[in-house]
Write a new protein. Structure first.
Length: 182
């Protein structure tokens, strides 16, 4: 059931059940436990959008990840959320209750499964450092040299090289783009 698409086709009518499912998701966004919506309301909203012809086919949603990858992601997430840049494989191993050798194997499996991180711990820490640097570059009173030192690069040149290797603009260019006004 493919109808006209695009803005010229005008608004698409949605069934009341679809609106109810969307409203339920919006209500969940205001709850203290917001972050990841429970799967059933998401599936209900998607099913309604499929039935109304907005989506062509239902996307596959599952939360059935291997326990090792779930454990590993739970160990890495706090460092990512805290913009940590000096995390070690031993810290991740201790947090996840695994040996560092097992963590390396699980990282490799995670990288293969989700096509993430380039497959090793060095790539994960590289991403953490770049993310922290991007955040700090937006601070109005931090220089590029201070940011490079704070996130663990030996010099502003080393940080610029890391940005270039990640296909990002130079830190000074990014600083001009992301700087908070004022």
């Amino acid at each position: 059931m493919q109808g006209p698409i695009g803005l010229a086709a005008g608004p698409r009518p949605l069934a009341p059940t679809t609106w109810a499912a969307v409203d339920a998701l919006i209500a969940l966004a205001g709850t203290p436990a917001a972050g990841v919506a429970p799967l059933p309301p998401v599936q209900a909203a998607l099913a309604g959008l499929v039935a109304d012809g907005v989506l062509a086919a239902p996307p596959t949603l599952t939360l059935d990840e291997p326990p090792a990858l779930t454990r590993l992601w739970q160990a890495i997430t706090p460092a990512y959320d805290a913009y940590a840049t000096a995390i070690t494989i031993d810290q991740v191993a201790a947090t996840s209750g695994r040996s560092s050798r097992q963590v390396r194997r699980e990282l490799k499996a995670m990288a293969k499964e989700f096509d993430l991180f380039g497959g090793d711990f060095r790539q994960i820490t590289r991403i953490l450092r770049l993310r922290a640097a991007l955040l700090l570059l937006s601070a109005p009173d931090a220089s590029v040299a201070e940011v490079a030192d704070r996130v663990g690069y030996g010099s502003p040149v080393a940080m610029a090289r890391a940005f270039r290797d990640a296909d990002l603009p130079a830190p000074s260019e990014l600083r001009a783009i992301v700087r908070y006004p004022g």
